[in-house]
Design a protein. Structure first.
Length: 626
């Protein structure tokens, strides 16, 4: 049995210290679980504790309830900014709009506070979706500026739309209750706590599901996400819509807690507390928003006699957090030797002989219809004629090489075939049908691409990278993921098992829980191919996958390609390693200056005068026989 070489036994860069031992990790898990139980116990008993120890119980209950409401908003901010990479300056505006919806329903329409909460969630969702819909193409900073403008508009509408919002004065007398009875403050405290737990669960379940993985994929690279059939627009709309709903909910609770809502709530000054909470606690961590907001609530309480300095202190806190602990409290803890997760040791892996069932099979394709076909493809970049009427037919059940000197148009051809580039002329067909117009549309039709430059999701684990590749197979909705429906759990279990089998086939199983960023270059390239295979492609396009691979890794790559061919798939290989191409490919297309100069089996290509001419001066590229 073959084995794949490993880097020296360094599990994700960890040594063998006490802090990496199983004993320490068991102890830490117990200690953290104990701390969490104590914290939850204190929060549950808080109204009783304050009642027993203080004459001012309702003040202290209100303090923690307010922090809980801020934590809900900060969780929403964490989901969109931390996990989704969407810089939102709109959150205080969403909270304001949510507050207005509940205020209007409870005070002006004499409706129930529960109805108010539903309406606020809906209003927050709709505003968020509207803002995102007009800014889908905006990059990170421009999106931030658009949300800033939207926030100003929300505040201004609040000031001017007096009939609904009460204008500058706002709406007062907003109280939760039923049948003329106002809900006691201690009961409302538990309502807030319940919604905080709900927001946390929504965040956790989303982030750990395919829905969250898709958003994180878009955050890292929307091109790569598209290559795996994920629609970046859909992923953004879904995430920002959920965040908007959560922010609207926090606005409803804010209005019900304080009894009033006015335009000042939406001002950015108020919004800064959520940013400080997020960055102090730890962006893109599950517990960060709650810990950060809790910390701030404590500080604000401690300096309440000097309240005029609160904004200054928060500003300084944000500055200090960014400079000293850029990962926030939770992120810094998780990156430290005390808090980082234990990962498996690297080991030499025996590659299983058997091709795992998860490697897709394509038996229904007609052998005479090309899996991917480009006819008369023309692509110009200004004056550069990158492709000049290229015809290429890639048949199912074959490995098709595309070779040619630097700048001959190989990557451009692939980008045109997969719709990353708009073509100037020509037709692209997938299994005889005209290809979809978008990159993710082509990917959804079964054409998956691995880029020339590694495009891994570096900040997530090796296993999560492969699971992200499986996103198009997942049939559960975001609600199914949040509720952990039986269908979600079934799929999740199967996917994890299959992802591990695929990793084992490529010799990467022992690194499944490593961060992708800690792999060697060759392992990263292999992981990209595994991730692409996980998306169950019918056509797999690999752009220079062999660059920088060790002999063992090259063998593993060739094995994967052969396994795919055996299963009836079409594999397209763009490579400079001509020996690798000649040994593996059934058909080869040779490009030069944007034109096809030869097409056929390796023997034909090797003996072609035009090809030898193109490679003149680099006979080494054509192998020994040339
Ligand atoms: N986005 C772009 N803008 C302008 N010119 C481009 C662009 N992309 C490619 N080109 C040009 O088109 C031609 C073909 O480039 P392409 O990258 O497709 O070649 P290649 O065969 O893949 O090269 P290599 O083997 O070096 O990757 C080159 O002249 C290149 O400079």
């Amino acid at each position: 049995m073959a084995t794949v070489e490993t880097t020296p036994a360094r599990a994700g860069g960890r040594g063998g210290s006490f802090f990496d031992s199983a004993g320490y990790h068991r102890w830490r898990t117990v200690a953290l679980a104990g701390l969490t139980i104590v914290a939850v116990g204190v929060l549950l008993a808080w109204p009783y504790i304050t009642d027993y120890y203080s004459y001012n119980a309702s003040y202290y209950n209100g303090l923690v309830a307010s922090a809980g409401i801020s934590a809900i908003l900060t969780i929403s901010l964490n989901l969109c900014m931390g996990y989704g990479g969407l810089l939102s300056m709109l959150h205080s505006g969403l909270q304001l709009a949510g507050g207005y919806a509940t205020g209007y329903i409870v005070v002006k329409a004499s409706g129930s506070w529960l109805l108010g909460i539903v309406a606020s969630t809906a209003v927050g969702t709709v505003i968020a979706l509207m803002v995102l819909a007009v800014s889908l193409r905006a990059t990170y900073l421009y999106f931030g500026m658009i949300t800033l403008a939207a926030n100003l508009i929300v505040v201004e509408v609040g000031r001017e739309w007096e009939l609904v919002t009460g204008g500058i004065v706002g709406i007062s007398g907003i109280a939760p209750g039923a049948g003329g009875e106002i809900m006691p403050k201690e009961v409302f405290y538990y309502v807030v706590l319940g919604f905080l737990v709900l927001a946390y669960i929504v965040q956790r379940n989303l982030v750990r599901s395919g829905v969250g993985r898709a958003s994180m994929a878009v955050r890292e690279s929307s091109d790569t996400a598209s290559a795996m059939g994920i629609s970046p627009n859909r992923a953004k709309l879904l995430l920002f819509g959920i965040c908007g709903g959560m922010a609207g909910l926090s606005g409803a609770l804010y209005a019900l807690q304080l009894g009033f809502i006015n335009p000042d709530v939406g001002l950015l000054d108020n919004g800064i507390i959520f940013f400080v909470g997020l960055f102090l606690g730890g962006s893109a961590t599950l517990a960060g928003p709650i810990i950060g907001v809790g910390f701030i609530a404590l500080i604000v309480e401690l300096i309440k006699d000097q309240a005029r300095y609160t904004t200054l202190v928060l500003g300084l806190l944000l500055l200090a957090a960014m400079m000293l602990i850029p990962g926030g409290i939770v992120g810094t803890w998780k990156n430290s030797r005390f808090g980082r997760d234990r990962v498996t040791e690297a080991r030499d892996e025996e590659l299983p002989e058997q091709v795992p069932d998860v490697v897709p099979e394509l038996r229904d394709a007609r052998p005479d219809v090309p899996a991917l076909e480009g006819t008369g493809i023309v692509k110009h970049f200004g004056g550069v004629h990158a492709l000049d009427g290229v015809d290429v037919r890639i048949m199912p059940g074959t490995v098709h090489g595309i070779i040619g000197p630097n700048g001959s148009g190989k990557s451009t051809l692939v980008s045109c075939l997969t719709r990353y580039h708009k073509i100037d002329a020509g037709i692209v067909k997938v299994f005889g049908e005209e290809a979809a117009a978008t990159a993710h549309g082509v990917a959804r039709a079964g054409v998956t691409r691995v880029f020339q430059v590694p495009h891994l999701f570096e900040r997530v684990s090796v296993l999560d990278n492969v699971l992200t590749g499986m996103r198009t197979r997942e049939s559960y909705s975001w609600l199914g993921a949040v509720l952990r429906s039986p269908s979600y759990r079934r799929q999740d279990q199967v996917e994890r098992k299959e992802a591990l089998e695929l990793l084992a086939f490529a010799g990467l199983a022992s690194r499944a829980d490593w961060l992708a960023s800690s792999l060697s270059h060759g392992q990263k390239r292999l992981l990209e191919v595994v991730r692409a295979v996980a998306s169950r492609p019918k056509v797999l396009i690999l752009d220079e996958p062999a660059t920088g691979l060790t002999t063992g890794e090259l063998d593993a790559l060739a094995r994967l390609c052969r396994a795919l061919r055996e299963r009836g798939l079409a594999v397209v290989l763009i490579e400079h390693n001509v020996d690798f191409v000649m040994n593996l490919c059934d058909e080869i297309t040779v490009l030069e200056s944007g034109k096809v100069i030869e097409q056929g089996n390796p023997e034909r290509v090797r003996s072609s005068a035009a090809v030898l001419e193109a490679y003149l001066g680099r006979p080494d590229l054509m192998g020994d026989e040339s």
